[in-house]
Design a protein around this ligand. Structure first.
Ligand SMILES: *[C@@H]1O[C@H](CO)[C@@H](O)[C@H](O)[C@H]1NC(C)=O
Ligand SMILES: *[C@@H]1O[C@H](CO)[C@@H](O)[C@H](O)[C@H]1NC(C)=O
Ligand SMILES: *[C@@H]1O[C@H](CO)[C@@H](O)[C@H](O)[C@H]1NC(C)=O
Ligand SMILES: *[C@@H]1O[C@H](CO)[C@@H](O)[C@H](O)[C@H]1NC(C)=O
Length: 283
């Protein structure tokens, strides 16, 4: 154990404002939408595992079977993005992405559907009433309000008896919003919906998706880490055989907003927990 006075000195040192250094290659904006690290629009920026596509100023998220969804906003602080659900195929009560069975994210990719979405799911068969207790298919539910209150839904789905709603987030819906002939064939989704509002005041449709916090960038040679100030190319303790630009002692990997090895940030907030054996422990 270190003497208390040394510990206190160290706490003071680590409590100084974080030194902010931009590091790594950030992708340029796509139209008006920022592309924060780790999102990647090309092999030379961001982290390629977090691939999105920028096509003439519009950002897209790819899902299974060739379907893509337009990204309408990106929030680096919460590590979330919002995609626009495709809505209904013309003059039907079927999702425009019915062909790919709705939105299906690749479970091997670092994207997840958050629990902030309220989904109206329409043109359902009676099977869903027994099979999916998590769905609210009450004949007085908000899904019927939605169909009555939204002109397109009313025109296309108004004659169909069963519609249901649910909030995303359970394990079942983490990677997909599925539509199928023998279940439900159409859906619409709203982020942070206040169901007390009349349907005419609901926000534009959206589906919120989060990404996993990125790890430190991979490297092969010491020079690969030059862009990440205060890091060194070292063996990755999690994946044997890989190397990453790990932050030097006294610095912490920080991937929110700025990507950097920040001095002492963790210690500032978690003095007792973090200073063990005289250094800041990685989280
Ligand atoms: C992709 O499409 C094929 C056939 O079109 C289907 O069998 C498969 O289940 C689909 N994959 C996903 C994840 O939807
Ligand atoms: C997706 O969400 C689950 C829990 O809801 C979490 O355990 C998992 O790590 C997440 N995966 C990704 C890739 O975001
Ligand atoms: C179904 O949803 C409505 C709101 O649309 C709510 O008032 C009702 O309590 C819900 N029923 C169940 C069983 O959760
Ligand atoms: C409801 O979905 C089924 C397929 O699942 C489709 O055949 C039918 O045309 C849809 N109803 C309407 C009104 O679009």
């Amino acid at each position: 154990m270190l003497p208390l006075s040394i510990l206190i000195t160290m706490v003071m040192l680590f409590s100084r404002d974080c030194i902010t250094v931009m590091a790594l290659k950030l992708c340029p904006k796509c139209g008006r939408i920022p592309v924060p690290y780790p999102l990647s629009t090309g092999p030379d920026c961001g982290d390629p595992w977090y691939k999105v596509r920028c096509i003439v100023g519009t950002l897209w998220l790819d899902a299974y079977n060739g379907s893509s969804y337009k990204i309408t906003s990106v929030n680096p602080m919460t590590k979330t993005l919002i995609i626009r659900p495709p809505g209904l195929a013309k003059n039907t009560c079927m999702a425009a992405d019915f062909g790919t069975q709705g939105i299906q994210l690749d479970e091997k990719l670092p994207f997840n559907i958050t629990s902030a979405n309220t989904v109206m799911i329409m043109n359902c068969s009676a099977t869903v009433l027994q099979e999916y207790v998590a769905l609210n298919c009450s004949s007085t539910s908000v899904c019927h309000d939605y169909i009555r209150g939204n002109p397109e839904a009313k025109a296309n789905c108004g004659a169909l008896p069963i519609c249901c709603w649910y909030v995303t987030g359970g394990t079942m819906h983490t990677y997909r919003i599925r539509v199928r002939p023998e279940r439900c064939s159409a859906y619409q989704s709203f982020v942070n919906l206040d169901m007390n509002l009349p349907v005419s005041k609901w926000p534009v449709p959206g589906l919120e998706i989060e990404w996993l916090s990125p790890r430190e960038p991979e490297c092969k040679l010491p020079d690969d880490c030059n862009d990440l100030v205060n890091s060194m190319c070292l063996p990755d303790l999690v994946n044997a055989g890989q190397r990453r630009c790990l932050c030097k002692r006294g610095f912490q990997w920080n991937s929110i907003q700025d990507v950097k090895c920040a001095q002492g940030r963790r210690c500032k907030n978690e003095k007792k927990k973090s200073i063990v054996g005289g250094k800041c422990q990685p989280l």
